[in-house]
Design a protein around this ligand. Sequence first.
Ligand SMILES: [Zn+2]
Length: 438
Amino acid sequence: MNQNHSAIVSIAMQPSGRRSWTLVWLLAFVVVLLLLYAATARSATPDEGRDLALVGAKVCPTPRAFPIKNAAILIHDGKIVAVGPRDDVEIPKPAYVLDCSGRIITAGFWNSHVHFTEPVWSGAADAPAAKLAEHMQTMLTKWGFTTVFDIGSDPKDTFPLRKRVDSGEVPGPNICTTGVPIYPENGIPAYVPPKFVSLLKPFEAATPADATRIAKVDLAMDADGIKLFTGAIMGLGKITPMPVDVVRAAVVVAHAAGKPVFAHPSNHVGTDNALNGGVDILAHTIPIEGRFTDDELTQMKAQHTALIPTLTLWQVELERDNAPVAAQQKFVQAGVDELKTYFTQGGTILFGTDVGYTQHYDTTSEYEYMLRAGMNWRDVLTSLTIAPAKFFRAGHTGEVVPGAAGDLVVLDADPALDIRNYAKVGYTIRAGKIIYQK
Ligand SMILES: [Zn+2]
């Protein structure tokens, strides 16, 4: 700054003829600098329609495969068109090349349990894009999520948000949503803010006919699934169950439309009513009970029910309630043990954290708890990628293979060495576009 200032002062002090030529040269130099800057700024992110090539990383094409060292991935038109050792992949000249040397690349992550219910999403149709983009990063893309399943939010916010994300205006993941959940009669959970209770009252199902009607309302809004509170937490230890025939009525409507049904089970009754009603996904473990019964595990396995552990949530909830540390640990361990029993029996596990309800966005401890439940880095990657892609019939396999969606996570460190490295995200890429960059 001082140097520039003194240069201008010395030019001003020169005789006028020499001064004008020096000024011309200086201006020309500045113009060249500006042009160079503009050129680099333009190539900082891939242009619309430009191929994206990621080179030099160790790529995990699928959880069970051998990683490819010093690999190259080429994404064209939002889809992966080539993956292999760097020397074997021909990268067209105009492609934007991202050097990923020393990094690890996996398929994009799914978070199968989120909510777009925080105040920041309110009025998402008209809210400033920058505000939405910032929170999308904090809550989701920073952690590698390229697809999320919102299982309960206000469709007035979630559908416009999804539209703005899909248009590219707000960088974010592919959003699936269940719309408004269905509650048991007098079963709006105690933690729902009082101002929303009257709005949610019409979504209480006292009878199978109510459940049929409400499920149809959600699906008519273009929901991707249905969420049921088969065990609603009413405070003071009270849990209100949803009767099996009410559960089944909603499941019939959803399945007729080819859509999955999630249940918030809370306890054994909520779990059993969900399973007997044909629900597809248990959205939480049930640490309040300490374990799933053998009958529950058998039925879950037979019905191909998926389980979302949400283990970090249990710690966060008990911390908030100032429970003694020993009680926190015991509660989380119960969830870990429940995950372990279902996982070791070959049950489908889907990664999910309930972010949006909880403000604990960091995924590190969830990976640690899953490891403690006996899942290795490959099993965790399965729960983040191929298991949800298959379970929710995503139209691709959740692998890094030609033909798959160009959804990738570039990790700064190797999760095979330390499971916590799944939370160390350098880039999140959706359909060949960088939606997060550290
Ligand atoms: Zn939730």
